[in-house]
Design a protein around this ligand. Structure first.
Ligand code: SF4
Ligand code: SF4
Length: 62
């Protein structure tokens, strides 16, 4: 399971450093999540951190 980033992303960059497994990368024009790396923050946080910090709610279940 993984999260994905939708077109609501405004490329603010806030989520990238928050990911404990470095699954988020800057793209053109929006950021993206590598589904092979994303662990939905299991073992790190109670809920997906990227979804928590995203100002536009662009991180959603894939
Ligand atoms: S849910 Fe967690 S592990 Fe997955 S991309 Fe977001 S911050 Fe990274
Ligand atoms: S926090 Fe949200 S809007 Fe900002 S780069 Fe990440 S997905 Fe995009």
């Amino acid at each position: 399971m993984a999260l994905k980033i939708t077109e609501d992303c405004v490329a603010c960059g806030v989520c990238q450093p928050e990911c404990p497994v470095d699954a988020i990368s800057e793209g053109d024009p929006i950021y993206s999540i590598d589904p092979s790396k994303c662990v939905e923050c299991e073992g790190y946080y109670d809920s997906p951190k990227c979804a928590e910090v995203c100002p536009t709610d662009a991180c959603v279940p894939a």
